[in-house]
Design a protein around this ligand. Structure first.
Ligand SMILES: Cc1cc2nc3c(=O)[nH]c(=O)nc-3n(C[C@H](O)[C@H](O)[C@H](O)COP(=O)(O)OP(=O)(O)OC[C@H]3O[C@@H](n4cnc5c(N)ncnc54)[C@H](O)[C@@H]3O)c2cc1C
Length: 395
């Protein structure tokens, strides 16, 4: 039994629902499939996003999916030296703290309202390919196996993307390009709920520890440790428990929930599409290698891929030109920061606590809140040329 759609979207995370919404808005007959029985759960996320990008992906901020709002972040060195950074400079994970399950469901609702058909408990199990192009996928769900033929498939199936693997676009991740994360949602924590907290250095080797506020006394407290620094994944729990007991404002909290997951801190895939197929969000490894944040990059590339897929359907050409247009668009928007942050992540892997302390102290002396990055660098160059030399290659 075969069905036909213009666009088939695999995975109803933020990337897939945004892609389906924009494909449907562009007039494409769109099917969005999700293998789980409920969109949005289980949540495996710190739930932090920057405020500024919601607008860029066509989303209105709403209390229906935002739990809390912060003004910025504290970046804390291992010796306790603290930098306060305003929201605009604090990276892609700082601004709003979402109710991620409600956010994902909101995006799926928008896709449905735009006209996309949604099928939960439906998995893609193979790609249909003919003459070097993708022409659909084999699906399993609701007790049946069937083929859906489509002019474009959008692979938005997350970090462990099978779609990318079936298409031969995915390369295995190296150990040093994965962070193992563990997070507790805690109630009864104390602190300043207007500032998220990022802790660098040996609290979480090669990564960082975070406190993302969901309310005045509830926070997501977690960390990501680079896999190359771990003997086994269970060690992340020892790191997180040590971090919490060393910080009295967290130590009095009670754990409501525990989530574990892997985050890619790799470079994007070299090829993020082929005729008939585009990979979106985590499936294309479009995750910030320093912060591990991928929600907004997923929504952005969801929008780009959905719009381009709908256009390709109208033009009757979902071949190399569509892939080139997609790669040109996401590269223009994201490539520079993804590559720069990859180099920073590589550097962080080699830095000891003493170097992290000296850098944060030096920036604190200059006053990060008040001046531009260029001014900070000029000031650091005069006072601490040896520190700037550490980063010269990618500055
Ligand atoms: C512990 C942790 C904390 C994080 N914190 C943050 C944060 O604070 N901020 C941030 O921006 N990012 C964070 N991230 C990363 C963020 O969660 C991801 O970047 C984001 O979920 C990517 O969205 P996506 O839609 O590309 O993939 P996903 O959200 O993974 O969605 C993929 C969907 O595809 C479905 N699927 C998979 N295979 C199939 C198939 N064969 N058929 C049908 N459906 C399929 C899955 O069930 C899933 O629903 C965190 C990640 C972890 C693990």
């Amino acid at each position: 039994m075969t069905e036909e759609f213009d666009v088939l979207v695999v995975g109803a995370g933020p990337s897939g629902s945004t892609a389906a919404r924009h494909a449907a808005m562009g007039g494409a007959r769109t099917l969005l499939i999700e293998k789980r029985s409920e969109i949005g759960t289980p949540v495996r996320c710190g739930e932090g996003v920057a405020k500024r990008w919601l607008d860029e992906v066509g989303l209105e901020p709403s209390g229906s999916f935002i739990a809390h709002e912060v003004d910025g972040a504290k970046v804390v060195a291992p010796d306790g030296t603290t930098l306060v950074v305003d929201e605009a400079r604090a990276g892609n994970e700082c601004g709003y703290i979402l109710e991620r399950d409600l956010f994902d469901r909101h995006l799926a609702k928008l896709a449905a309202k735009a006209g996309a058909v949604i099928r939960i408990r439906t998995s893609a199990t193979a790609l249909l390919q003919e003459d070097g192009r993708v022409v659909g996928a084999r699906l399993e769900g609701m007790g049946r196996t069937y083929d859906v033929r489509s002019k474009v498939v959008l692979g938005a199936d997350g970090i462990e993307s099978q779609v990318g693997r079936w298409a031969g676009l995915e390369k295995p991740l190296r150990t040093r390009d994965i962070d193992a994360c563990l997070q507790y949602t805690m109630v009864g924590v104390q602190g300043d709920p207007s500032l998220n907290e990022f802790y660098l250095g040996s609290w979480a080797p090669g990564g960082y520890a975070w406190v993302f506020w969901k309310d005045t006394d509830i926070a997501n407290v977690g960390l990501g440790v680079n896999l190359s620094k771990l003997r086994d994944k269970a060690e992340t729990k020892a790191y997180l428990d040590r971090f919490i007991s060393a910080h009295p404002h967290l130590g009095r909290g009670e754990i409501l929930e525990e989530v574990a997951g892997m985050v890619s801190v790799a470079l994007p895939l070299e090829r993020t599409g082929m005729p008939g197929l585009l990979l979106v969000g985590d499936a294309a490894r479009l995750i910030d290698p320093v912060t591990g944040g991928g929600i907004l990059n997923g929504c952005l590339t969801g929008k780009y891929s959905g719009e381009l897929a709908a256009q390709a359907v109208k033009d009757g050409d979902a071949g190399e030109a569509m892939v080139k247009a997609y790669e040109k668009r996401w590269r223009a928007r994201l490539e520079e920061s993804l590559y720069r942050n990859y180099l920073i992540k590589e550097k962080l892997l080699t830095m000891d606590d003493d170097l992290v302390n000296r850098i944060i102290r030096a920036i604190a002396e200059v006053g990060l809140e008040r001046v531009s990055t260029h001014e900070i660098l000029s000031a650091l160059r005069k006072k601490h040329p040896e520190l700037v030399a550490e980063f010269e290659s990618f500055l």
